[in-house]
Design a protein around this ligand. Sequence first.
Ligand SMILES: Nc1ncnc2c1ncn2[C@@H]1O[C@H](COP(=O)(O)OP(=O)(O)OP(=O)(O)O)[C@@H](O)[C@H]1O
Ligand SMILES: [Mg+2]
Length: 277
Amino acid sequence: MSKPHDRPMTPPRAVPTLPVPAEVASDKAVPRLPTTVVSSWKGGVWKTCLSASIAERLAFAGLDVLYLVTDDQLDARRRLGISEFDPDVARVQRGAGSVTVVGLAGPNSVELLYRSGPGRLGRFDGIVVDTPPVKKGGCLPGVLLIAPTDGDDASANLIRMLRATPTNTEIVLVRIDAVPEHEWEHDAAIIHEASNHEGSLLYLPGPLPRTNEVREALNRGQSVWTLPRRGATRSFLQGVESLAGLAWARIRPDTELPPLARTGTASVHIRGWDDDA
Ligand SMILES: Nc1ncnc2c1ncn2[C@@H]1O[C@H](COP(=O)(O)OP(=O)(O)OP(=O)(O)O)[C@@H](O)[C@H]1O
Ligand SMILES: [Mg+2]
């Protein structure tokens, strides 16, 4: 059985690019801390699942992560096992690191990211942002933008969102659920061409699979990184691991994301047995 996530991420094949609008090209702002944004102009495409899982993976690698949620949804807190009785700024320990969840309305998030910095919220190595399904989620400059999509309609939405993405933002397209790889490569090339994005644009070669184990873990606020690595769950975690690796590279550019086994989780991987996807 093929294991799409074993391969490194590749840029889509060369496509002719269209002229970049002046207002996009002129945007050179960068956030105060290395920032990864998960955004798609579409609801229910696993934005919260991916952003929470990436934030946790970075924490397991020893980082203190600020997890910024730019709408009032409580999903992000629940995913991390934080209850409604916990403080508004809640911190969970993951391995040697931590994830601190903060919900801030859009303009306040922009203030924190680009102007004031986290300030009294604490000291952080990096920021992961979960955005609601709005077009301007793709507008933040100088970030790693992870853009999930689940099919053709979603891809059309994505194109419209990515047209406004500043050129100093690195885009990673992620297809969720079971979609054939050749179809995805074709779509990714079209999205690339239509987005007018001259900056870096990557895509995860294989789709992130849907699994009951992941869904149930999310529902009970259990970290997906504690799940046994087998079958589709293993493929899912490998894909998210690749995304976390890109987020890590912005924070610690001189080192690789440390493997999970060395970062102190309970999961044990048995070579030869767990590898059978
Ligand atoms: N790999 C997966 N396998 C199965 N179910 C999943 C997986 N990832 C996420 N889900 C489920 O899909 C649903 C939508 O996910 P999620 O809430 O992360 O999407 P979202 O894009 O944040 O949605 P919204 O636009 O409402 O904020 C949730 O019920 C979640 O548990
Ligand atoms: Mg969400």
